[in-house]
Design a protein around this ligand. Structure first.
Ligand code: NAP
Length: 596
């Protein structure tokens, strides 16, 4: 083992532990911004890609480097912009007022993006001259310091995410860290040609900027999946490019690192593309399963690993190398095929973790320590988030890791299923009469609120209720919706101050005192079967205890079940009333009725 490899391994392990401690302090409120922030930081593969694109190797190496620069910078710019957009929404009442009075009124991102594009265009034409003017001064010491400082700023950036109050400041530090690393790399001694580097940066900034500024919040999961695929593509291309450059003459350590990079990168690339396509409904969301699927998937994985092991002993076998790349791409595709669209957030978190590992492997190939650190942080974050999601859904990690999820078994008939009674429906006018005597309301949003885009309606109704002297709180289940922190992001978009959002453990003691629990498009996360029906697939999942409120009003379109496909016994409770219809329409009728 070379001393460099030894140091790299120490760094990888320590960064993983540090990442675990910092990331486990991020509250569920900020889990979606955490996903996009780590995604942006994993774009640090940019610096390795810049070196490959600008080292003047020519041929495929430069082309692959250029594509990798474009992909990585798309992730950096898009990831940071969308994180900032989300974090800007998480405001207290005081911060909402301050933003309305500020000079920029939230327009600083497009202004900065414009300035960055202008700088990159200038760099495309003049940076080479500037670099020549500086002569061949040895700037490698300065470069090392810029990388060390960047690594510290990334960790401080993640630490900022432990509270919405400091989150934006933290992300600013992480952005500064990225800027220092990129500017420092422009002075890397191996960089001799800048045209492809700046062109890649420019294209990535424009594409990532567009995605970061205009992608709707509801499309954040598919944007994140797409970004993982771009990051993984960058890692794979750099791995292939390094293999070509060394003409197959590689030591065992380097071959292992390149192999790990292209295998993890390849499977993450196709897996993430599949996940994005399923979420965007370009592909059918239903799980596709067939007989012997697990065995055939395992066979492909074993063949891929077999190729890697053989290559470590015979690195010159180029056909074997390309077969391994092809198998890894196939495996990523096969891994995601049997998983339903609704389960994609868990898959995305796992792929986030894989993308981080591919990034770290690229750090080992190029012996770039900052890439090893960010790759390890990203890997830990993705893994931790998937574990947290599994726990909140009462799913085992093994169930997730082996991909046998997405198909929910039929609910076995249990005591609760037999105890169904009649269902009471209610009209908006009747609800408004009921609200005359109400003092406390807990709003419980769920996936249906996202489908109906009813978050603004919810916020308006809550404001009206508050004006009428009703105490309003929001109850947020960690897996309500279809991605971690989904409800927080949507309600923040509708200007709901985060002090009014209560996590499950905080709000559950308040339900017995609440006059009304107003359930807006939530289903599974309110199902009492999770508490008292052992035969239900939901049994054991922690829920929002809405059935303990004095009365419950549920806004949904029909009696259809939610994600888990099981009936909700709450709807048969005599104190539960169903306001059937699209949540957005029901809320607007309710608003009119309550106002008049
Ligand atoms: P849910 O159980 O999936 O229920 C959503 C309900 O919304 C449905 O019953 C549906 O009923 C209703 N709905 C849909 N469109 C509507 C509209 N336009 N207007 C009004 N209602 C509408 O949602 P949930 O309670 O939020 O629970 C989330 C589920 O997703 C959990 O089972 C969780 O484990 C799973 N999950 C979450 C994540 C995550 O990260 N958050 C990840 C993977 C899986 P109608 O069709 O009758 O209207």
């Amino acid at each position: 083992m070379t001393p460099e490899l030894e140091t790299g391994l120490y760094i990888f392990i320590l960064a993983g532990f540090l990442g675990y401690h910092v990331i486990s302090r991020v509250p569920p409120l900020l889990h979606t911004p955490l996903m996009s922030a780590t995604n942006a930081m994993s774009g640090i593969s940019l610096i390795g890609s810049m070196v490959v694109a600008g080292a003047g190797h020519g041929g495929l190496s430069t082309v692959f480097g250029f594509i990798a620069v474009g992909c990585s910078s798309t992730n950096v710019v898009g990831g940071f912009l969308i994180t900032d957009r989300m974090l800007k929404m998480f405001k207290s009442e005081r911060e909402h007022a301050a933003q309305a009075a500020s000079f920029f009124r939230g327009r600083e991102a497009p202004i900065m993006l414009g300035a960055l594009v202008a700088l990159l265009i200038a760099g495309l034409f003049w940076f080479e001259n500037l670099r020549n003017l500086l002569g061949h001064a040895d700037l490698s010491e300065g470069l090392k310091f810029s990388y060390i400082l960047s690594a510290a700023l990334f960790i401080l950036g993640l630490k900022g995410l432990s509270s919405p109050r400091y989150a934006r400041r933290g992300m600013f530090l992480a952005e500064l860290g990225m800027l220092m690393a990129v500017v420092g790399t422009l002075f890397h001694p191996a960089l001799i040609s800048f045209r492809w580097v700046f062109l890649g940066l420019l294209i990535g900034t424009v594409v990532g900027g567009g995605m970061g500024l205009w992608v709707p919040m509801t499309a954040v999961p598919q944007r994140t999946a797409l970004s993982h695929s771009l990051g993984a593509l960058a890692a794979t291309l750099i791995g292939v490019s390094e293999y070509i450059r060394h003409h197959g003459e590689l030591g065992k350590v380097l071959m292992t690192a390149i192999g790990a990079e292209v295998v993890i990168g390849g499977l993450t690339f196709t897996g993430s593309l599949m996940a994005a396509a399923k979420l965007q409904e370009l592909l059918p969301g239903a799980p596709i399963t067939y007989r012997g699927q697990n065995v055939s998937n395992l066979a492909v994985l074993v063949a891929t690993v077999g190729c890697l092991v053989a290559l470590i002993f015979a690195p010159g076998a180029a056909t074997l190398f390309y077969t391994m790349v092809g198998l890894a791409l196939l495996f990523g595709f096969l891994l995601v095929v049997p998983i339903g669209a609704a389960d994609m957030p868990v898959v995305i978190s796992l792929l986030n973790s894989y993308a981080g590992l591919a990034d770290a492997a690229m750090g080992f190939v190029l012996m770039n320590k900052i890439q090893i650190i960010t790759g390890s942080l990203d890997g830990t974050s993705g893994f931790l988030l998937s574990i947290l999601m599994c726990r909140a859904m009462n799913r085992s990690a093994v169930n997730v890791l082996f991909g046998a999820f997405g198909k929910i078994e039929e609910e076995a008939p249990g005591p609760a299923a037999e105890a169904k009674g009649s269902v009471r429906s209610i009209t908006p006018e009747e609800v408004s009469v009921l609200f005359d005597s109400v003092r406390t309301v807990i709003i419980v949003p769920g996936y249906g609120m996202a489908v109906a885009q009813a978050q603004h309606g919810v916020s308006e109704l809550a404001k009206l209720m508050t004006k009428r002297g009703i105490d309003v709180k929001y109850a947020i289940h960690p897996v309500a919706g279809r991605m971690p922190g989904h409800m927080n992001v949507l309600l923040a978009e509708a200007n709901v101050p985060y002090e009014q959002l209560y996590a499950m453990e905080q709000i559950n003691p308040y339900f017995p005192e609440a006059d009304v629990a107003l359930v807006v498009g939530a289903n599974d996360v309110t199902n009492p079967a999770a508490r008292n029906n052992r035969s239900s697939p939901l049994y054991g999942m922690p829920i929002l205890e809405v059935d303990r409120a004095k009365s419950v009003i549920v806004l949904k379109r029909s009696m259809r079940p939610g994600f888990a496909g099981v009936d909700n016994e709450l709807y048969y409770d005599p104190k539960c009333m169903m306001l059937f219809g699209d949540a957005k329409e029901s809320l607007s009728h309710l608003f009119v009725a309550l106002k008049s």
